[in-house]
Design a protein around this ligand. Structure first.
Ligand code: BGP
Length: 471
């Protein structure tokens, strides 16, 4: 059997997409509170009432029920994020908000009660809005200091309760969504490449510093980077397309290079040189990056794309934020995301070949419209065979990669319980094994119902993957 004995099985979420309670118990606003229509759409000045994320799925008040449901599937890991603005409401506050710290204490205790390891993203598209407004987000080096204080606080507080940490969610997404990812207020079209790369540099330094502090506070801590992965295939065997694919791949891989090897890759230096990009390094930065590389590499995987050097063939499709040219060989989800299970094996091999660090698949799943029907042990359910088939196809490719000799630490499917979508802020784009009765117009009881996939995933976990080979 390919899956190793202690393979971590579970699901992944983010605070801003599940918690709700956006202004309760001292929480400050985050950048997510002002993007009511999702990451791709314009932000507004103040949190509006029609933002589904303000209530989310009310995890803040229902976490015990939800974690019990995850335990029912046999989860050994649960990925969630800490909302930075619950701990430091403005980001630059002198002291942390005790109510926020206490909330995550209870959540982690609840996980541990069931033997579930919390896998915690420190910053998942939830930068305090104040840091965006006053400092222009990560363009300002002072954010490193605020982040340092935040991580020191949570590493100290949750010592012994949390051993698995991810620094920045989909850290490379800053290239496409500088506001959501980097808290940068300057509109993307006006943002200079130097400011963008300075923000990237500041985040890299902050991530290395977090890794250092995590190891100092508890040698049992494992810290990983988290990237949006997306194989970029050449559209044709034309060498120009191959080079286009290679160069676009570099744009994403440079983030892992810095995290995993601790140095800027040559192709990145070349790109910066040729585009007149200047970045200011602090005196300690080089050593900090070099001496504090990550313990493992984690990534989200939903789509693959193509690249071409021919502008006439450069037809862009929908995709997980970064997007790319449509692949004529693949089918798409209802939201236009192209489905490519083999790309997951390819990605695992690609990263292992380059970095030789353990890998963790921390997001993967199908956003689909579900129909709630009568049946199942909860009275209502969803017959989501399409979701089962998507996940099964991808997990079989994880197994292939393990057969290839790659150390894969675990797999957390995205949205084990329905949640608010990041790119479109919809409830109707559902990923869960658990249905949440909430609609795009904000109506619904928030009641939870287990779908067919719930019982399928339970069996997969119970058999450590063997059930993937049953019909
Ligand atoms: C990733 C994000 C997640 C999640 C996922 C699915 O980019 O890390 O937060 O939302 O994509 O995307 P969506 O919710 O837009 O379907």
């Amino acid at each position: 059997m390919a899956f190793p004995e202690h393979f971590l099985w579970g699901g992944a979420t983010a605070a801003n997409q599940i918690e709700g309670a956006y202004n309760e118990d001292g929480k400050g606003f985050s950048v997510e509170d002002v993007t009511p229509k999702g990451i791709r759409y314009p932000r507004v000045d103040a949190p509006p009432s029609d933002n589904l994320k303000l209530v989310g799925i009310d995890f803040y008040h229902r976490y015990k029920e939800d974690i019990a449901l995850f335990a029912g599937m046999g989860f050994t890991v649960f990925r969630l994020s800490i909302a930075w603005s619950r701990i430091f409401p403005n980001g630059d506050d002198k002291t942390p908000n005790e109510a926020g710290l206490a909330f995550y204490d209870s959540v982690f205790d609840e996980c541990r009660k069931y033997g579930m390891e919390p896998l915690v993203t420190i910053s998942h598209y939830e930068i305090p809005l104040h840091l965006a407004k006053v400092y222009n987000g990560w363009t300002d080096r002072r954010l490193i200091g605020f982040f340092e204080k935040y991580v020191r606080t949570i590493f100290t507080r949750y010592r012994g309760k949390v051993h698995w940490w991810l620094t920045f969610n989909e850290v490379n997404s800053i290239l496409e969504t500088p506001f959501t990812s980097g808290g940068i207020m300057t509109p993307k079209e006006q943002l200079s490449q130097s400011d963008l790369y300075q923000a990237i540099h500041n985040e890299m330094v902050a991530s290395a510093l977090a890794t250092k502090i995590a190891h100092e506070i508890d040698p049992e801590n494992h810290v990983g980077c988290m990237v949006l992965s997306m194989p970029i295939y050449p559209l044709t065997p034309d060498p120009d397309d191959v080079i286009a694919a290679m160069e676009q791949t570099h744009q994403n891989d440079m983030f892992i290079e810095i995290h995993a090897r601790g140095v800027y890759p040559g192709y990145m230096k070349r790109y910066m040189r040729e585009h007149g990009i200047t970045v200011t390094f602090g005196p300690e930065d080089d050593a900090l990056l070099r001496e504090n590389t990550v313990d493992f590499i984690s990534f989200s995987y939903y789509v693959s794309v193509c690249a071409t050097a021919d502008p006439k063939k450069d037809i862009r499709g929908e995709g997980n934020l970064l997007g790319g040219v449509v692949n004529p060989y693949l089918k798409s989800s209802e939201w236009g995301w192209q489905i490519d299970p083999k790309g997951l094996r390819y990605t695992l091999n690609h990263y292992w070949d380059l970095y030789q660090k353990p890998l963790f698949v921390v997001e993967n799943g199908l956003g689909a419209k579900d129909v709630l029907v009568d049946g199942g042990p909860d009275g209502k359910t969803v017959e989501d065979d399409y979701r089962i088939s998507y996940l099964k196809d991808h997990l079989l490719q994880v197994e292939e990669a393990i057969e290839d000799g790659i150390p894969v630490l675990g797999y957390t499917s995205w949205g084990p319980i329905d949640l608010v979508s990041a790119s479109t802020a919809q409830m109707s784009k559902r990923y869960g094994f658990i249905y949440v009765d909430r609609n795009d117009d904000g109506t619904g009881t928030l009641k939870r119902y287990r779908k067919k996939s719930y019982f399928w995933y339970k069996k997969v976990i119970e058999t450590n993957g063997a059930a993937l080979h049953e019909d």
